[in-house]
Design a protein around this ligand. Structure first.
Ligand code: SD4
Length: 343
């Protein structure tokens, strides 16, 4: 269950690093073997919930919603209402979901709602729109029966915020996973944890899945960058940036510094590179390299990461810096992989 698995797919030029990824086993009778992939350690627990749906012959769309709801529910977690607030002290949430027929929905700058991913799905299914934000998104959620939670910070977020207020400096945090050896990880404990200085190491879960009908879907949900300006929206709810699904090609989710994912239309760019014949990991790497070229020396201050699966059920990931991992669940188990990275 917790073993690390690194598969050397190819050496891409003279870079000298190993490319990690997942190649599916051949399905019997041309049926499709489902797969679900999610970002970070928290992806292990989220995958378990998604797998219940996929393994029972359910749809990828239901799997990616149910999966990330586990992380949104986690009370000691950085995704959802327990996350860090904006610089005015309010938690504001972004989420998106997309299915195999280009249906998509998202919410941004949403406050006091526990499951933004489910509100995003309602936007997709029940409105003529793709995206609702702020007060309007909250109004829609309440009209759909979602409970308005108290406007208060979790204990940990409150102390992190009080700590942050001392300097009140906005500085992007390089997202890395906890330093604990991967082999010691227990999926039941995979909620994202705060670093010893009280800061989150990341705030997002992204998930992509292929179901037994051969259909792809994806979801992404986040409390966004901690201590951001009020009203700031990241890549996660922006279809084509934080999430993109093209059922002919593949599905992609991003995590990391949202502004830098948005400026290259990250998830969509990875899908387009897969369309041109690149493997998931090659396509993710190509877009990460592009972001590094754009950021020049400032690339050292940010993290960006992509996970991707293609129509054949092959999975891969790539990040700018070391420390990104992702969980892959198939019929053979739920395995945490360490992503390849540029430097
Ligand atoms: C954002 N991409 O709001 C998100 C942050 C993130 O792990 O992925 N954190 O920019």
């Amino acid at each position: 269950m917790n073993r690390r698995k690194f598969i050397n797919l190819s050496s891409l030029g003279a870079t000298g690093f190993t490319i990690s990824g997942f190649i599916p086993s051949i399905a019997k009778n041309n049926s499709v073997n489902p797969i679900v992939v999610a970002t970070w350690d928290a992806g292990l627990a989220a995958n378990q919930a998604a797998w219940k749906v996929l393994n029972a012959g359910g749809k990828a769309l239901d799997a990616v919603e149910n999966g990330v709801m586990v992380t949104e529910d986690e009370i000691s977690c950085c995704v959802g209402l327990s996350g860090n607030p904006d610089r005015d002290g309010h938690v504001t949430l972004d989420a998106s979901i997309m299915d195999h027929e280009f249906n998509c929905g998202s919410v941004a700058f949403l406050e006091r709602i526990k499951h933004p991913i489910s509100v995003a799905r309602r936007v997709m299914e029940k409105t003529p729109h793709v995206m609702l934000v702020g007060e309007g998104a909250q109004q829609f959620a309440v009209s759909e029966g979602f409970k308005l939670e108290a406007d208060e910070l979790s204990k940990d977020a409150k102390s992190a915020y009080e700590n942050w207020l001392k300097k009140s400096e906005y500085k992007p945090v390089i997202n890395i996973e906890r330093k604990k050896a991967l082999s010691q990880l227990d999926p039941s404990l995979m909620a994202p944890h705060r670093l010893s200085n009280g800061e989150w190491n990341h705030d997002t879960i992204g998930m992509i899945a292929l179901d037994s009908f051969g259909n792809l879907s994806g979801s992404c949900t986040t409390s966004g960058a901690g201590f951001k300006m009020r009203g700031r929206v990241g890549d996660s709810p922006v279809i084509g940036a934080g999430l993109y699904v093209d059922n002919e090609v593949g599905a992609v989710v991003a995590t990391g510094q949202g502004e830098d994912v948005i400026r290259v239309a990250g998830a969509s760019a990875v899908v387009e590179h897969m369309r041109q014949g690149k493997s998931p990991v090659e396509a993710c790497k190509f877009v990460v390299e592009r972001i590094r070229r754009i950021k020049k020396e400032k690339a050292k201050d940010i993290q960006v990461c992509f996970i991707a699966i293609n129509k054949k059920g092959e999975a891969g990931a790539f990040s700018l810096h070391k420390g990104f991992n992702y969980a892959v669940q198939t019929k053979d188990g739920n395995i945490l992989h360490e992503s390849s990275f540029l430097d």
